[in-house]
Design a binder for this molecule. Structure first.
Ligand code: CA2
Length: 147
């Protein structure tokens, strides 16, 4: 087994592919998981996709990742724009952190333009649809020196 990468997803992302396809597309989180797992495996890594609607659960997973994961890909959903607590948790994680947004948050309402997570992220992807997760995983392979 290669090094583990957590793909953490915040509130409402369980609805991916089922609501608002004009913004978020038709693919589901299960599709994202399959794509990322294949890319991770090809690069000598292992992917674990997790989603919660609860801020505290996401923070607990980031803490857990300190002992179990080499890198984190995170789409905190709307918590991106509100959560100092998620930023603090990410600051306690030592490996690479990549932030993904399905939509281009800078093209949307002003309240989506600021991201607390970006103050810690080593890279940010926005507006590439769910393909952004795959791009982030490719970058993770480069950063973590997989195959
Ligand atoms: O573009 C993104 O990935 C966001 O992180 C998604 C969040 C939004 O609050 C951020 O500003 C940008 C919302 C996730 C909601 O996901 C849904 C997916 C399908 C249907 C309904 C909601």
């Amino acid at each position: 087994m290669g090094k583990l990468v957590y793909i953490l997803n915040g509130p409402n992302l369980n609805l991916l592919g089922r609501r608002e396809p004009e913004i978020y597309g038709h693919q589901t989180l299960a599709d994202v998981e399959a794509q990322c797992a294949a890319l991770a495996k090809a690069g000598g890594l292992e992917a674990r996709l997790l989603q919660s609607n609860w801020e505290g659960q996401i923070i607990d997973w980031i803490h857990e990742a300190r002992d179990t994961a080499a890198g984190i890909i995170i789409n905190p959903g709307a918590l991106t724009h509100t959560s100092v607590a998620i930023l603090d948790a990410l600051n306690a994680f030592e490996g690479p952190v990549l932030e993904v947004h399905i939509s281009n948050i800078h093209k949307r309402e002003p309240f989506r333009h600021h991201s607390y997570t970006s103050m810690r992220a080593d890279g940010v992807i926005a507006g590439f649809g769910v393909e952004g997760y795959g791009l982030a995983m490719r970058r993770m392979v480069s950063l973590l020196g997989g195959k």
